[in-house]
Design a protein around this ligand. Structure first.
Ligand code: 5AD
Ligand code: SF4
Length: 344
């Protein structure tokens, strides 16, 4: 047993406790639990941001449909398959294909072909994660049958009222939860996540986010700090003084605490040290690993497009490889969620 209980009231207390010694003990306890349960190794997912065209209009996101300043791109099928092949040669066990959300047939069939071709060029060896938003059950099944086996769909905020403030009225929290169910039904290892340090968000909301992940029995998680993007409605609301967000230091610490608490609650899942952490601290991802994370997603998007997947400010200045110090990497391995393996 450890000294960090995970009922809602205790989670709120831990999230609010800013005592340095408490925080470092929390991180250390989570790291010990990780090493005992799933080992020391960190697994890589090469992240391919294949397009920043998006049908949605989330208030916080720099590539929302309503941002005319975003320079839109879509990488060709051949270039995507080539990047994936290069990643495979370099020892990546897995890649993650991410894009804005689209539902047109051209996009859906393009993704299907890309998955098949990547499986072919890697002789079935490269694991494929998708992060392509809300889709129908039949589309999820089609991509699964083509060879993808993990899917990330962040709930963003598990509290429907908070979700409602961050999205236009036609974006549905209930639909998103339904999609997480479809993903499980289709056979994927299912990942979700939230943003941390959002306007209006309370410690109670964050505790509920952790409980949501536990109750859904999620296989993997990617969560990170909210980072304002200057051309978004949410940033305008914050600069009008209507509502504020925690400081950069607080958002970093809160994000690391969320990783640590989730690791204590769900010892055998995969938890990503997300890119957004790196914007707040050059050692952000390394710190997340020492607080319980076990997945890193280096960006392998072809460089010509890389500057334009700007979800938040500061992203384009990041370097390709995160500072990982002495961390041991699981090359050529899928690094599947042990939670998933023990459930199926
Ligand atoms: N700050 C932090 N994360 C963001 N995302 C989108 N916009 C922002 C932002 N401004 C995250 C969302 C989405 C993921 C692809 O990027 O959680 O699911
Ligand atoms: Fe599109 Fe995702 Fe950005 Fe929302 S967060 S606008 S769905 S890319």
């Amino acid at each position: 047993m450890n000294n960090f209980p995970t009922d809602k009231e205790s989670l709120v207390k831990s999230l609010e406790n800013r005592d340095k010694q408490f925080v470092s003990e929390l991180f250390a306890a989570a790291n010990v639990i990780k090493e005992k349960t799933i080992g020391k190794k960190v697994y890589l997912r090469g992240l391919l941001e294949i397009s920043n065209i998006c049908e949605k209009n989330c208030f916080y996101c720099g590539i929302r449909r309503g941002n005319p300043l975003a320079n839109r791109y879509e990488i060709s099928e051949d270039a995507i398959v080539e990047s994936a092949g290069n990643a495979y040669e370099k020892g990546y066990g897995s890649i993650c294909i991410q894009a804005g959300e689209r539902h047109d047939e051209a996009f859906i069939s393009k993704v299907t072909r890309i998955i098949r071709r990547i499986k072919e060029v890697s002789e079935g060896q490269l694991g494929i994660t998708l992060s392509l938003g809300e889709q129908s059950l039949s589309v999820y099944k089609k991509w699964f049958e083509a060879g993808a086996h993990r899917y990330l769909l962040r709930i963003e905020a598990s509290n429907p009222a908070l979700y409602g403030k961050l999205h236009p009225a036609d974006h549905s929290h209930a639909e998103r939860v339904k999609c997480l169910g479809y993903l499980r039904e289709a056979g994927y290892q299912v990942g979700t996540g939230v943003m941390i340090g959002l306007p209006w968000q309370t410690a109670g909301d964050l505790a509920d986010d952790l409980l949501f992940m536990r109750d859904f029995d999620i296989d993997m998680v990617g969560m990170g700090p909210y980072l304002p993007h200057e051309d978004t409605p949410l940033t305008k609301i914050c600069s009008s003084g209507e509502v504020s967000i925690p400081s950069r230091e607080e958002r970093l610490e809160l994000s690391l605490k969320m990783v640590a608490l989730l690791r204590i609650m769900m010892p055998d899942i995969n938890i990503a040290a997300t890119t957004a952490l790196e914007v707040l601290d050059p050692k952000g991802r390394e710190k997340a690993i020492l607080a319980g994370a076990n997945i890193v997603m280096p960006n392998i998007t072809p460089t010509a497009a890389r500057g334009d997947y700007n979800l938040y400010d500061g992203k384009k200045n990041l370097t390709e490889s995160p500072a990982l110090g002495e961390i041991e990497i699981g090359y050529n391995q899928w690094g599947d969620s042990l939670r998933f393996k023990s459930r199926v």
